[in-house]
Design a protein around this ligand. Sequence first.
Ligand code: B12
Ligand code: SF4
Length: 457
Amino acid sequence: MELCARPADRPLVILAYPRVDHEQDYLYHWMPFSLLTIASALRAMPQIDVMIFDGNQRETDHWEALLDAELPRTLCIGLSIMTGGAQIRHALQMAAAAKRRDSCPPLVFGGPHVNVLPAETVRHELVDFALQGPGQNSMPQLIEALLGQRPFDSVEGLWRYESGESTLTKQNPPKAGPMSTYPWGLLNVEEYVRDDPTIAPRTLNYISSQGCVYKCQFCYELTYQRKWSAMPTGNVLGDIQWLCKEYAVNGIKFYDADFFVNVRRAHEYCEALLDSGLGIAWAASINPNDVLRARKQNVDLLGRVAESGCRRLLMGMESGDDRVLREVVKKEITSAQLWDVAQEIAGNGIRGAYTFIVGFPGESPAEIENTYALMEKIRTLRPLPETRVHLFGPFPGTTLFEQAKEYGFVAPSKLEEWADFNYYESQTPWTSGAMEQRAWGNTRLVARTGRMKLASR
Ligand code: B12
Ligand code: SF4
């Protein structure tokens, strides 16, 4: 955590990423790209200083000490929240600590949870403003309003709660615009480098694009409708080259919703990586349809992906049953095609990491068996794929969330109730502890990190 070098009398904006309770001994700690993206836009404002506080790296007493030291000059605090992982609970604790101090500035909540439930979020007594949509667009506007440089009503995506009503100023369209590189100086990058046994000893996470074009019915991306946007290949590679030089990074794990949305861009990245001679290992998420699209476009995608050092591809297969794939998830692919794609991935020497979901509303026991059967078959491939089974958990705003309610799922209705929503445990009347046990028993990872129990500090 560092301050950018500007005179100390400027108003300060604190961007905070509350802790996520990971699985016990979770290896792959995350970097707050949401806040880096917003900070990148804020650093273009000469009127203010920006600081990032990462609750995954710092303890509560650091937060308290930061508040004591910096609140007098703080203009506002932005807190990022997603549903699940108890991040909301930690955010509320951090907000309460700030509110206990006399000089507490406005608290602004944003992030995936707010993007789908803004009106409910802003009703909470600890929340002064909720900002819906891309924060790099709305946060600079809100800061100008707080500095008296523009009316609040002109701030896009701003939700307020007044006279018993949540109101929105105007839409903040979910379009990120061209992505710039990240202001690394606001974090201690070394803290985020991990030994990832499936990639490389000094692996760093990275996000090079935002949004997705697919329509998986359980997924937040579909609800949020974020338009796909990406960093140009040259910028991605330049940034990675810099990280390799500065921090001796030798592995990159892309956490883009789908790194391969634009097949030609992904291919171009592989060529550029090969030309650069960097020799790093990498991993990324891919939708199975990307592989089929590459075939149609006659692009040797997986061949070049493998040659350029990709060690692992993460793919949501979701189900081994054709009705579920077609009608419930709308994955736009059959189970036979999934098997075909997995074979091609293995044939190129890349480890597949496949995730499945059981317990969809209305899913029959036979359909669940088809999923376990596909998984068994996939485990015959070499390199041995990783497999992971999740219990269906209804996420707010998604089509399947609404359907789950029709089947008897009772949804949380306030921020506190969402605070402990745990995606890894049974959340619906038709899933059970036994299903949870079986799902866990069929989860095979290269680096097993202990029972899937959330580690809360
Ligand atoms: C990295 C990641 C993780 C990491 C860790 C998160 C962490 N920091 O510790 C890991 C892998 C651990 C993880 C776990 C989970 N994750 Co996750 N994860 C992501 C992922 C892939 C990237 C997040 C990211 O950095 N995006 C890039 C940034 C730039 O975008 P952004 O976060 O949306 O931020 C923008 C806006 O939301 C807004 N914004 C964000 N914060 C703020 C704050 C303020 C003040 C403002 C104004 C605006 C603002 O502006 C930002 C810039 O445009 C996203 C999917 C995705 N590609 O976004 C899912 C996602 C966030 N995860 C999600 C979920 C559900 C989970 C889990 C609960 C379940 C699961 N299995 O995935 C677990 C819970 C943790 C646990 N118990 O272990 C959902 C959240 C849905 C929701 N309704 O909130 C997402 C969207 C995936 C999905 N498509 O469904 N996750
Ligand atoms: S491919 Fe992944 S990110 Fe895209 S809609 Fe499906 S689950 Fe969501």
